[in-house]
Each structure stands twice: as C-alpha cells, then as structure tokens.
Design a binder for this molecule. Sequence first.
Ligand SMILES: NC(=O)c1ccc[n+]([C@@H]2O[C@H](COP(=O)([O-])OP(=O)(O)OC[C@H]3O[C@@H](n4cnc5c(N)ncnc54)[C@H](O)[C@@H]3O)[C@@H](O)[C@H]2O)c1
Length: 252
Amino acid sequence: MRYLMVDAGRVVVITGGSKGIGRAVAMRFAQEKARIILVHYDPDETASEKTMDALAKQGIEVESHKVDVSSFEAVDVLFKDILSRFGRVDVVVNNAGITKDTLVMRMSEEEWDMVLKVNLKSVFNCTHAVLRPMVKKRGGSIVNISSVVGLVGNAGQANYAASKAGILGFTKSVAREVAARQVRVNAVAPGFIQTEMTDVLPEQAKESFLQQIPLRRIGSPEDVAEAVYWLCSDAASYITGQTIHVNGGMFM
Ligand SMILES: NC(=O)c1ccc[n+]([C@@H]2O[C@H](COP(=O)([O-])OP(=O)(O)OC[C@H]3O[C@@H](n4cnc5c(N)ncnc54)[C@H](O)[C@@H]3O)[C@@H](O)[C@H]2O)c1
C-alpha cells in the first residue's frame, strides 16, 4: 500500500516502523512532511496499516514493506528498489529489534544467533545498503537504536545486551569511516520504554525497573523519537559517533 503526496521531503527509512518506538519516530518525522518508508516483520499488516493510516491522515507519503532485515539479500533488494524510485535516502533509523530472554546456561544457539542477526546484523545490512549513495551525495544521517542494557548488562539478556553493545561499536566505527563525507552515524540508547516489547514483562519486573529510574516514570516511545529526530536534524549537524541516553537517568 502507498500514499502519495505532491511535496517532496526527506526520504526516511525506519526499520521496525510498524509499532512502538518505530511508529513514534515515523510520527515525529511526519511533522516535517518527510517521505516515510516503514519496514517491519510482523506476522500480519494490522500494526503497519494503523501506522500508515495515521501518517496518511497527516498528508504524508508513506509505504510499508514486510522485509526481514536480518537477511542481507532481502535488505539489499529493498534499498535498491527504494533508491531507484526515490533517487536517494536521507535518513535510516535502524530500530528493528527482538528479545529472546533466558540465562546463558539455558540459552540455545538459535536464541543467540537469532537475536544477534535481527538486532545487530540488520544494522550492518541496512547501513551497507545505503552508505555508498549517502557518501556519493555527501550527506545523510543514520541512527541506530541500542539499549541501556547494552551498556550495563542484564541477567537473562546476554544475547540482547551483546547485540546492543555491538551496535555502539559499529556506530562509532562507521561514523569515523564516513564523517569526511558529511554522513553522520549516531545511536540512541533507550531505557525502559512502554511498548509491546515491555508490555509482556511481569508486573513485578516492571515495578523493579521503575525503582531504578530516577525520573520515576516509564519512558514513552515519543521520548525516544524526539532524540532520534533531533539527531537527524540540522541542529545536530556537528554530532557524529555519539550515543544519546533516553532512560530517565537509569544510567548516567
Ligand atoms: N521498549 C523498550 O523498553 C526498549 C528499550 C531499549 C531499546 N529498545 C529497542 O528499540 C527498538 C524498538 O523496540 P520496541 O519496543 O518499539 O519493539 P516492538 O516489539 O514494539 O517493535 C519491534 C519492531 O521491529 C520489527 N521487527 C522485528 N524483527 C524484525 C525483522 N527480522 N525484520 C524487520 N523488522 C523486524 C517488528 O516488526 C516491529 O515493527 C528495538 O531495537 C529495541 O531493542 C526498546
């Protein structure tokens, strides 16, 4: 499905854009009338259609693709298609992510591989697919969504923590590789944010997280979206290789 708009704005690709933080990021970019491409891998289109409708109501040109971002080939095909039709990509928000929580002693090889592939390899895949055109155009902004867990660790989330810490090393390295061409690469590390990913946690776990948050509230997807948007704006044109922590003070 695709909605068209006459005015041409920035071309923004958001992985995991169907719901949660990705949806909030899309809604934030909608305020500048960007052209938005959502990528998701939900079993059905319910969430992505809801997001597309909300964006279309604001007159935004939006399209949605069900693509597994952990697949190098599928991502390459997707970006080639986007680039051929739009001529450029200005922003990529690497936000798709999953959890497969369990203690390392009980963790299967599949649980390890799956989380690393979806959360970390996907960031390489999308970056690889878009970097050359951005470098050629001498501009672009990539924001990778990490997590506070990648910085402080969390029992039961070793695979997730490793993927999110990996994103930070990747972000800094790519930032150094392309800075001279005015392409900026940054990360946002959210703390505890209310989305479907955290809705499944037991009440006791949520309460215990809350106790660790100095600002004494769970974050909203919009809290994260604001930081992502700002990093992609001209206001942040001298910022690259950085991580913005959106966590209510959980980690300082
Ligand atoms: N919610 C939190 O508290 C929190 C905290 C820190 C970091 N994060 C990170 O923020 C990002 C978004 O989290 P959320 O809470 O909005 O999650 P969510 O579960 O609400 O949404 C996840 C999105 O990722 C997409 N996705 C999952 N696997 C995919 C794949 N293989 N290919 C393409 N898309 C795929 C889903 O379709 C969906 O659109 C994730 O990277 C997550 O690790 C979330």
